[in-house]
Structure formats: C-alpha cells, structure tokens
Design a protein around this ligand. Sequence first.
Ligand SMILES: [Fe+2]
Length: 182
Amino acid sequence: MSVVNEQGLTAPPSTAYKIVDVPELYKDVINRHGFRGSFVGGSEAESPWVPFGEGAAIRHLAFDTRHNFFSNILWIKANGVVGTHKHRGTVVMVCLEGSARYLEYEWVAGPGSFIFEPPGVAHTLVTDHPEGVKLFGWMQGPIEFYDDQGGFVESLDVWWYINHYETYCREHGLAVNPELYL
Ligand SMILES: [Fe+2]
C-alpha cells in the first residue's frame, strides 16, 4: 500500500526494524559543530526528586544555559497551590498524573492535557486532586515569583534550577548527572 498520496505522506515510509543510513551532505559539519542529545532515565539515581517547599518536588531533566531553557517534572504531592508567578518566556507543559488548573482559567488539565503559556502571563497553579499532580514542563526563563500581596520576591531561571539541583546533590552525596546539561 502506498504511503504517499495526493495529501502527501500518510504513514511512515519505512517500518524496517533496522537503522537505515540516510544521506547527510553536512555530516562532517554537524559532527564538528552539532550538539549531542541527552537521555535521563526514569530512576531517581539519574535525577532525584528535589523538594520545592513542603508539599512539592522538582525532578530536573534538562538545563540549557545558551537559551535559558529548563525542563523538569513538577510534582505537587496533594491538593495545593504554587502561588502566582509571571513567566517572561514560554511554557510548554503536559500533565502526566493527577490534575491541575490555573485560577485564572476555566479548564482543568488531566493526564495527557497540553498547556502552552506565552511570555508575559501571570498565573496561579492549583491542584484540587487528592493525589496532586505531576506536570512535565519545558520552559524558557525567567519566572517571577510574587508573595500574596503581589510583592516581587525572586526570578527563577536556568541558573536557579541548576543551583536547586546541584545543591541537593551536594547535600546528599549524589553525583551530578552530566546528561542534564544540554
Ligand atoms: Fe507557571
């Protein structure tokens, strides 16, 4: 059966269970100047849950200091709140477990839900789920945190996230995992 019709590609053109050597004109340039990929497995040995206050933890997955990107899983362990904060960059999130919402919006994110927030928005993250929420996030910093009177407290960016991870590793005798650094 053809995988290309008048709509274009409709299915993967190869399902061969093998590595196919594909042409690349600039292989040498890519080898000299490209970046390697990274892999962080699911175990805490590869990246531990680092406490973020009493009822939450962050499992760091990636730090990109060139672009101020950072990726992690935010775990709010029971129904609770991550207070109002403002993003100066983009936020991409997928809900993995539980549920969460922003007080500012109507929707509720459950497992599989996708969230995109543009730069400049401020929002207040809550989970009403008894088991809280796990959110995978790919974010571009900084994130400005405010107290409950609207007073600015601190900007969190890739440097804060790296420090959060490395401080925990140091205090618990864990090796820093180089795979997290893009
Ligand atoms: Fe946010």
